[in-house]
Design a protein around this ligand. Structure first.
Ligand SMILES: Nc1ncnc2c1ncn2[C@@H]1O[C@H](COP(=O)(O)OP(=O)(O)OP(=O)(O)O)[C@@H](O)[C@H]1O
Ligand SMILES: [Mg+2]
Length: 236
């Protein structure tokens, strides 16, 4: 069987609490290769917690998270971050003392130390992101939108199966945010899936399926309801 016969991401009966504070309660979710999913939800509803569990930065209390039919906890940590999951961060999280090229290469370095090959790969991705000419600059010399393009390139360099982005545009102005969402939407491919969260209802339109996380529960929103809502608060 090829991996594509399984859902790319399958979350079953997931529960998570911080001490006595229950954050996620019986979360069930499934997405396939080639799909883009968006998670909406009020501040404090647990979006980042859910994303941290999917990326194995946090460990859950009960339930299951499977990627490609493999229990996340059974995948060696270094493979989770390379082969399985590429993370795009809200605050970019670039290494301040590394130039753009080396920031992108930093995430493939654990897989292969062939610098010339890595450089070629990174340069190609940066070209696709439209920031090829900034390759030797330090993060401080870039705009927010440019930093996030570097962040996306770094997430892509290992060709991960799942691309995870928790509020990837919340530190950007409206126009730049739109451009970054266009890039994310343009990454739709049968080779991987993308899951992102946002507070901006406008950003939800890049997804095939939109979900709301509220009161610990995750529910899909029908397209009709989404279209009728002018602001995310209409949905909460
Ligand atoms: N390290 C922590 N220790 C204890 N409680 C936490 C911790 N991190 C988050 N929480 C609590 O867990 C809940 C979910 O937080 P989370 O950051 O996942 O929400 P969010 O939906 O991402 O919010 P936002 O939209 O503001 O980013 C909140 O009640 C928060 O106070
Ligand atoms: Mg958050």
């Amino acid at each position: 069987m090829t991996p594509q016969e399984f859902p790319l991401l399958k979350i079953s009966d997931l529960n998570f609490s911080y001490g006595n504070t229950k954050v996620l309660e019986s979360i069930n979710f499934e997405m396939n290769y080639g799909h883009i999913s968006c998670i909406l939800g009020p501040s404090g509803s647990g979006k980042s917690t859910l994303f941290n569990l999917i990326t194995a930065l946090l460990h859950f209390d009960a339930g299951s998270i499977k990627i490609d039919n493999l229990e996340l906890s059974s995948i060696p940590e270094e493979l989770v971050r390379t082969k399985y999951i590429g993370i795009i961060f809200q605050k970019f999280e670039l290494y301040p003392h590394m130039n753009v090229l080396d920031n992108v290469i930093s995430s493939i370095w654990h897989v292969t130390q062939d610098y010339e090959k890595n450089k070629q790969l990174a340069t190609g991705i940066l070209k696709n992101m439209g920031i090829h000419e900034h390759i030797n600059k330090l993060p401080d010399e870039l705009s927010g939108g440019q930093k996030q393009r570097v962040g996306i390139a770094r997430a892509l360099i290992n060709s991960p199966k799942l691309i995870v982005a928790d509020e990837p545009t919340s530190n950007l102005d409206t126009d730049t945010s739109e451009k970054i969402m266009e890039i994310l939407g343009g990454l739709k491919s049968k080779e991987h899936g993308i899951i992102y969260s946002t507070h901006n209802l406008n950003n939800a339109r890049y997804a095939d399926n939109v979900f709301i996380l509220k009161d610990g529960k995750l529910n899909e929103i029908e397209e009709e309801r989404l279209i009728k809502s002018s602001h995310f608060s209409d949905l909460y």
